[in-house]
Design a protein around this ligand. Structure first.
Ligand code: GUN
Ligand code: ZN
Length: 371
């Protein structure tokens, strides 16, 4: 069972609000998906994710294949049971992680040979293997196995790669045997509009339940990323979910939503939280800074998260400076709450016809990019 219903499209931009129904529950879009690489959103328990407003979390095929192994996850009844989240999940195919984490990868028509980033052992991933693993992991949404080309890359390489990604996409569809999981295709094509268009036409002609834009936020400048996203959504079907992979900052989310994107994932809120960098309604806040030593203010007076309702900046700074585990948890809860609250407010603004004003009001006040 997988359904996407478009509930509202803005009259002033491509922003849209919708609903996805999966076997593990519903997802309101636009949505941000917290990253739980090995099956856990680092430092944050499912009960806390629930309170934050998370609706779907993401796991990685590559990591879960290495540890604990897909058979172990299957033994426990699939990812959502194994980690007791019991709500919608999505697995990335391993395509991206193999290229970004593993060593010495050899790419051929069949698949990718690489060495584990943990012990250097030789491994092989192909479209068939990725689907086999993802079916055992059992997430509600699986991703096609693709090649995410580095930036910058020669146009001829990007072209050959996107054609390979299309052939792999067809093989993923053929390899899929479970009908209780959805499979999304991934559009590649680097920063070349003609190649992006070709990839979109090829991938969106295939019977996927949703479509993702891959290969962005890999080093190109931000205006280029927005231009590509804007251009691509015009070549994607309106009646299927659109997912911008690995993006981004809060302003990237608002800019993506304005360009017709429904789903996002990024390690930024959790990774930054673990580095003491917090997102607030008045900009970024480095909780380590000495100026917060005696601050009895919350991180963000406008935030309703557990962290902001209960703890001062001074205490959070102390936790971080002393290396307390609680610092990582409380910081992560706040940043994830900020992201989930942002997409919730965006959804509400779309449904009530003022998304563009909402976006302007937020971005006029603050910037989240850079450092
Ligand atoms: N995550 C971020 N970018 C990508 C991509 O291009 N492909 C995949 N599979 N995952 C991603
Ligand atoms: Zn907060």
């Amino acid at each position: 069972m997988f359904e996407f219903t478009l509930e509202k499209t803005s009259e002033k931009s491509k922003a849209r609000a919708g609903r996805i129904v999966t076997p593990h529950g519903e997802i309101e879009t636009p949505i941000f998906m917290p990253v739980g690489t090995v099956g856990s959103v680092k430092g944050v328990a499912p009960r806390e994710l629930d309170e934050i407003g998370a609706q779907i979390i993401l796991g990685n095929t590559y990591h879960l294949h290495l540890r604990p192994g897909e058979d172990t996850v299957a033994h426990f009844g699939g990812l959502a049971k194994f980690n007791s989240w019991n709500k919608p999940t999505l697995t990335d195919s391993g395509g991206f992680q193999v290229f970004s984490l593993a060593k010495l990868n050899k790419i051929g028509e069949e698949g990718v040979e690489f060495r584990s980033h943990l012990d250097g052992s030789k491994l092989f991933l192909s479209p068939e293997k990725s689907i086999e693993i993802q079916q055992k992991i059992g997430a509600d949404i699986m991703m096609a196995f693709d090649e995410c080309v580095p930036y910058p890359s020669e146009k001829i390489y990007v072209e050959k790669s996107l054609e390979l990604t299309t052939r792999w996409a067809e093989r993923c569809l053929k390899a899929k045997t479970r009908d209780d999981q959805a499979l999304f295709g991934i559009i590649q094509g680097g920063v070349f509009p003609d190649l992006r268009r070709r990839s979109a036409e090829q991938i969106c002609a295939l019977p996927f339940e949703g479509f993702a834009i891959g290969g962005l936020s890999v080093g190109e400048d931000i205006p280029t990323m927005y231009e590509i996203a804007d251009f691509i959504t015009d070549h994607m079907p309106a009646d299927k979910p659109r997912y911008l992979m690995g993006v981004g900052t809060p302003e990237d989310l608002l800019n993506g939503i304005e360009r017709g994107i429904d789903m996002f994932d990024c390690v930024m809120p959790t990774r930054n939280a673990r580095n003491a960098l917090l997102f607030t309604n008045s900009g970024k806040l480095h909780i380590k800074a000495a100026r917060y030593r005696l601050s009895d203010e919350p991180v963000d007076a406008e935030c309703g998260c557990y962290t902001c309702r209960n703890f001062s900046r001074g205490y959070l700074r102390h936790l971080y400076k002393t290396g307390e585990l609680l610092a990582l948890k409380l910081n992560s809860i706040h940043n994830l709450h900020f992201y989930l609250s942002l997409v919730k407010r965006a959804r509400n603004a779309i449904n009530n016809g003022f998304f563009e004003d909402f976006k302007k009001e937020i971005l006029d006040k603050i910037t989240f990019g850079g450092d």
